[in-house]
Ligand binder design. Structure first.
Ligand code: IMP
Ligand code: MG
Length: 176
């Protein structure tokens, strides 16, 4: 059990379990993008550890960049996405892989898709380490999913509660 601010969290996935999901996603992505120009677009802040580990497990040579948005306030999605760092890369004819730590309502993802749509990319797919199917309100396909999790707030491995907990190497679930 850990305490962050006013809330208590229990370990839900160990660091080893998380690494095995990341490794398996890296292998799938390497295989599917073999011989293609891949640009990984990590979504900050939450994806910083996932992108770092994913990139280390990959044997191919992708371009890696980041975008920054915010839609969370405390423990619930606001449904309102703010752009903080936009797209600076030339996306024309590139294969884009959006990399998210977690997809909850899908509002952030829908917003990103809207921004990327008209940039002439060769393809746009999404990889998320964690997915809460019960919370998802979009019909955008999630091509790579590390693990589906229950609709409970989590912290660790990049994800925060009130800006803390991102450096935890396991994943922790809010105690109901
Ligand atoms: P969405 O727009 O509702 O899909 O939320 C997406 C973003 O909110 C994710 O990229 C995370 O950064 C953050 N988020 C969603 N669920 C959680 C959670 O359980 N803990 C911490 N952050 C979360
Ligand atoms: Mg995120």
């Amino acid at each position: 059990m850990i305490q962050i601010g006013d809330k208590q969290f229990e370990e839900y996935l160990t660091p080893d379990q998380i690494q095995s999901y990341v490794q398996s996603l890296a292998a799938q992505i390497d295989r599917d993008y073999a011989g293609k120009d891949l640009l990984i677009l990590g979504i900050l802040n939450g994806s910083f550890l996932f992108v770092a580990d994913l990139a280390k497990y990959m044997t191919s040579d992708p371009e890696i960049s980041f975008l920054k948005f915010a839609s969370y306030d405390g423990t619930s999605s606001t449904g309102n996405v703010k752009d903080l760092i936009g797209i600076n890369e030339d996306l024309a004819d590139k294969h884009i892989l959006i990399v998210e730590d977690i997809v909850d309502s899908g509002t952030t993802l829908a917003h990103i898709m809207g921004l990327l749509e008209s940039k002439g990319a060769a393809s746009i797919q999404t990889a998320t380490l964690f997915f809460k199917p019960e919370a998802y309100k979009q019909d955008i396909e999630l091509r790579y999913i590390g693990k589906e999790i229950p609709n409970l707030f989590v912290v660790g491995y990049g994800m925060d509660y009130l800006s803390k907990g991102r450096n935890l190497t396991g994943l922790y679930q809010l105690k109901p």
